[in-house]
Write a protein that binds this ligand. Structure first.
Ligand SMILES: [Zn+2]
Length: 195
């Protein structure tokens, strides 16, 4: 049986990574989504762990090592790193909106299949915002947590923390539940196809 490893974003020790008005903190939001997705997957009998307990962020190398250790312990795994996007780092609001999913340029077919599922479901759930997606639907970016991890891996950018409308949506009960459901449904679809 596969183990799903959910990846938290950043830490309370990392500057920035919040909405300009301070209402949304990425590390906190990511951890809340991780907990809800984990609890739902466990309730469905899916093995699931969160990569880092606690609020700090380790170095990228340390995180990759930690995820790969979990892969080694659990055997067959997949890794889903859960973030909020940002259009700038200037502390101002920006126009860009919407969901995106990333894989590394060296991504396996499994990573790409998982990313395709996330993309298709996000669009179906109305989360495209004003984004123009690449033809494959997902983005390729050389992110250490996707590139250097031993198992299939994707990173989700759940709307923009520096867009007012996205932040309002993310912080609403419906928005939080939509983001959580997107992860539960996409991961479940991926696991079911595997059987
Ligand atoms: Zn992030």
């Amino acid at each position: 049986m596969k183990t799903v490893i959910l990846g938290t974003a950043h830490g309370s020790n990392v500057a920035g990574k919040r909405s300009p008005d301070g209402r949304l903190r990425e590390y906190e939001y990511s951890r809340e989504v991780c907990r809800r997705v984990r609890d739902a997957l466990l309730a469905r009998g899916v093995r699931c762990v969160i990569d880092i307990e606690g609020d700090r962020e380790p170095s990228l190398r340390e995180r990759v090592r930690l995820v790969n250790r979990l892969c080694h312990v659990h055997g067959d795994c997949l890794y889903v790193s859960i973030h909020n996007n940002a259009a700038g780092s200037d502390g101002h609001w920006h126009d860009a909106r919407g969901f995106a999913v990333m894989v590394a340029p060296n991504a396996s077919l499994c990573s790409r299949r998982l990313a395709t599922i996330f993309h298709r479901r996000a669009v179906a759930m109305g989360l495209q915002g004003n984004r123009c997606y690449p033809s494959k639907g997902y983005y390729e970016q050389s992110l250490a947590v996707c590139r250097d991890t031993a198992c299939p891996a994707v990173l989700t950018e759940n709307m923009f923390q520096d867009n007012r409308d996205d932040v309002d949506f993310l912080l609403s009960p419906v928005g939080m539940q939509t983001v959580v459901d997107l992860h539960i449904d996409s991961i479940t679809e991926y696991l079911n196809e595997e059987l």
